[in-house]
Design a protein around this ligand. Structure first.
Ligand code: SAM
Ligand code: SF4
Length: 325
């Protein structure tokens, strides 16, 4: 079992397989970064897998592949199969913008993928296009349908932004309910890479929008999940709110993150990271385990999004497209 320096059990590894992306979401990567990580610095799937085995052998039982856009990385299904063959009962999930799902969903499912989280910020083609920097809606909706058709479990992620998609919270919820999938509203997390003019909606404001039409009942957090669940009584439908600005958000944090070049990151907010690259390139299991132990020991107690006076401090410089969100 992996325990961090604050006594929390860590059993969840998120792996960003590429920082590259085919979207330019305003809250994540509004412009192409000045430079990408050179291809030769990326860890191969074999090297990433060595670390995955160390993590699983020490108690990790949930892995999420993310990015950037993970479906841009060639042979992703091969990597999924390696993990799934090693531990068939692992909770293996992927977060994607769904653009490439129509042609890849079946392969992912066949390789052993169980669940998908799909980002859907608008059901209006012009708004979705404005957020993602290109015309994406038709393809994303096709991707969602294809994932459901092949039997993958799907959740929707929406980031509500003031003046952009804040009037679509109920529409996205009703769309998700109609498809029998859960939606989670994610508070916009301020970071130096996003479009600095954006204003996210706070959890309370998101809930007020839902309450304009429905009666909701708080259900609470699901174990260590970052999502606080609510029930809409009229629809008998559950949705989630991911509210990193709330003070208790980090209390049960169970996750660490690995980037495509091998940086092991203890917290999404902070820049600190240690590299496993040298160890995995040498096939050094003990070396990789030592880096893991050090990252766990130094995992921060909480993020700084929860602090009231955002204006008074520097904002996070961690790029979501690098860490995978
Ligand atoms: N490309 C994939 C996607 O968009 O789903 C996976 C990577 S993306 C970085 C993972 C998640 O982070 C997405 O649900 C996205 O909406 C979320 N995200 C990115 N930037 C964010 C921000 N500044 N605040 C809140 N969520 C953010
Ligand atoms: Fe790409 Fe996902 Fe970031 Fe959008 S949120 S730019 S789809 S990595």
């Amino acid at each position: 079992m992996l325990i961090d320096g604050h006594g929390r059990e860590v059993n969840y590894l998120r792996i960003s397989v590429t920082e590259r992306c085919n979207f330019r979401c305003q809250y994540c990567m509004p412009e192409k970064p000045f430079s990408w990580v050179p291809k030769e610095n990326l860890l191969s799937f074999e090297e990433l897998f060595l670390f995955v085995k160390v993590a699983i052998d020490n108690g990790v039982n949930k892995i999420r592949l993310t990015g950037g856009e993970p479906l841009l990385r060639e042979n992703l299904d091969g990597f999924i199969k390696m993990i799934s063959d090693y531990k068939p009962d692992i909770d293996l999930a992927l977060t994607t913008n769904a653009y490439l799902l129509p042609q890849s969903a079946q392969q992912l499912k066949d390789a052993g993928l169980k669940r998908l989280n799909i980002s859907l910020d608008s059901l209006k083609a012009d708004v979705a296009g404005k957020i993602a920097g290109k015309d994406v809606l038709g393809q994303v909706l096709k991707g969602i349908d294809k994932a459901l058709e092949v039997g993958l479990k799907v959740k929707i992620n929406m980031v509500p932004l003031k003046g952009i998609n804040d009037n679509e919270i109920l529409d996205i919820m009703e769309y998700s309910k109609a498809k029998n999938i859960k939606v989670r509203f994610i508070e916009y997390m301020e970071n130096a890479h996003a479009d600095q003019t954006l204003k996210g909606m706070h959890g309370k404001e998101i809930l007020s929008k839902v309450k304009e039409r429905y009666t909701i009942r708080a259900l609470g957090r699901e174990g260590a999940s970052p999502s606080f669940n609510y029930l809409i009584e009229e629809l008998d439908y559950e949705f989630g709110l991911i509210d990193p600005h709330k003070h208790d958000f980090c209390e049960n944090c169970n996750r660490i993150r690995l980037t495509a070049e091998g940086n092991l990151i203890p917290c999404l907010y902070f820049d600190e990271a240690l590299s496993i690259a040298e160890a995995v390139k040498k096939g050094d299991i003990e070396g990789a385990s030592k880096v893991l132990a050090k990252v766990l020991k130094d995992k921060p107690k909480e993020n700084r999004w929860s602090e009231e006076e955002l204006e008074d401090r520097e904002i996070s410089t961690r790029a979501f497209y690098e860490t995978g969100g």
